[in-house]
Design a protein around this ligand. Structure first.
Ligand code: BES
Ligand code: MN
Length: 452
């Protein structure tokens, strides 16, 4: 390997910075320290800021008047590596096979944020300066919903004042296709417990006369959807912006769709809300998902009981301009109203994040499009939304008052959150070039704005 940036990315990837695992918090902190030292080694000033959870790393160059301030956000925390048996090579021992880098965090998000870091390192080494005032904000709690970042933004609002934010934590629709994401879904999480008898009951002695909490739960979960695949909760769709004609048209030209989804997931046929294509369902429509379900006897063989309780973990993916709190309330009202006498329903609201949308043709949106086109010429820029969530992006708009440009570098088969997560070395290198083009184009858009 003769690419020093790749060697450094390997070091970054070797930290098992799994934010959700309390046993790994030491390694999460060590990863933050390593990143901060690296920022210093390339000529930025940098510090590690503790939070009640995992630390935030902030690095910057010396600000100069007359140029825009760009904040680049990313996260150094990763998802757990399990199921470990699914990996072809160890998750925290990065390995390149056929030009593709395999490691937990290679795509989500260490490889992508580090492409920006190395783009800046290269520019600083070559020119001694950047075309913009730059702030890197790299957090360690994105994969657990960024519980401490909003307070951090509020506290450091002045120091983090900027003109625009750039994030590479999304995808590219196909190899070599420059992709600008102008919308993200939001998320709202909920846990539901159906509770019945005070102990598990003999299903022969009591069955038929006592409500079965597992059966009630199944009914409640089934009642979340209508037969046409839409969500059957009163008020769920309040505020949902209808898809615009231009986006349906633009998305229909994206070289990714039902066939690729079927191939990459192993399902025989895609499914969902009728009246929408698969991409429209993922990028532009809200959903209700059961993430986990449990209760009753799980062992081998048969056990004739009526379980005393059953539970489910739910998340809702939201689109502009749904409000997470309003959605959770609507769902809770729906479930309570469907719940028969003889059982009680306990509902716990979990973390949430608002959806996001911006104008891909704003001045900085156009700067992003030009930068993408410079680095990946030949194919036009795909303008898309994504189904995943980066809750802090909406918070950036609310607290810092600026838009976020989402320039994704991961491929559809990157296996984020799954075994064999991967990121092509070519995308890492394209990301470094993209960083330099982006900062130049943003500087030029800023000058045009100032001159106008
Ligand atoms: N990078 C993803 C978000 C993403 C995934 C954007 C796919 C676009 C396409 C991010 O790290 C992530 O996984 N976010 C979580 C947020 C949640 C834990 C609050 C998600 O979307 O589930
Ligand atoms: Mn991510």
């Amino acid at each position: 390997m003769n690419n020093p940036s790749l060697e450094l990315l390997f070091e970054f990837l070797r930290f098992p910075s799994v934010s959700t695992d309390p046993l790994r918090s030491q390694q999460v902190g060590a990863c933050a320290e390593w990143l901060s030292s690296h920022f210093q080694s390339i000529g930025l000033s940098s510090a590690v800021y503790p939070t009640p959870g995992h630390p935030v790393v902030v690095a910057r160059n010396a600000a100069k008047p007359g140029r825009p301030t760009v904040l680049i956000y990313g996260h150094y925390d990763v998802q757990p590596e399990d199921p470990v048996g699914g990996w072809s090579s160890a998750p925290f021992e990065p390995e390149v096979r056929d030009g593709i880098l395999y490691a937990r965090g290679s795509a989500d998000n260490k490889g992508q944020i580090f492409a920006h870091v190395r783009g800046v390192a290269t520019a600083l080494a070559e020119h001694g300066d950047l075309p913009v005032n730059l702030i890197f904000l790299v957090e360690g709690e994105e994969e657990i919903g960024s519980p401490n970042l909003e307070a951090f933004l509020q506290e450091h609002r002045e120091a983090l004042r900027c003109d625009v934010i750039a994030v590479s934590d999304t995808g590219m629709v196909a190899p070599g296709v420059p992709t600008l994401t102008y919308g993200l879904r939001g998320i709202a999480a909920m846990e539901v417990w159906v509770k019945g008898p005070s102990v598990d009951l003999h299903s022969g002695i009591y069955g038929g006369a006592v409500q079965n909490p597992a059966t009630v739960l199944a009914r409640l979960l089934a009642s979340l959807h209508a037969v046409d695949g839409s969500v059957a909760v009163d008020g769920f769709y309040t505020g949902v912006l209808p898809l615009q004609e231009w986006e349906r048209e633009a998305w229909s030209r994206v070289p990714f769709g039902e066939k690729q989804i079927e191939a990459s997931t192993g399902v025989a046929a895609v499914g969902g809300e009728s009246g929408f294509t698969a991409l429209e369902r993922i990028w532009g429509r809200p959903t209700a998902e059961v993430n986990g379900i449990g209760g009753g006897f799980q062992g081998e063989g048969t056990k004739t009981i009526i379980p005393r309780e059953a539970f489910a973990k739910l998340t809702f993916r939201l689109v502009p301009a749904q409000e997470p709190a309003a959605v959770l309330e609507a769902v809770e009202r729906h479930l309570q109203s469907q719940c028969p006498p003889g059982v009680t329903l306990d509902v716990r609201h979990g973390h949430s994040g608002s959806p996001y949308i911006n104008d891909p043709e704003s001045a900085y949106g156009m700067a992003a499009q030009k930068a993408l086109q410079r680095v990946l010429p030949g194919v036009g820029v795909a303008l898309i939304r994504e189904g995943g969530s980066i809750p802090i992006v909406n918070t950036f708009e609310r607290v810092l008052g600026v838009e976020t440009l989402l320039l994704g570098l991961a491929l559809p088969n990157c296996r984020a959150h799954a075994p064999d997560e991967n990121f092509p070395v070519a995308n890492f290198e394209a990301g470094m070039a993209l960083n330099q083009a982006l900062l130049e184009e943003i500087a030029s858009a800023y000058r045009q704005k100032a001159g106008a």
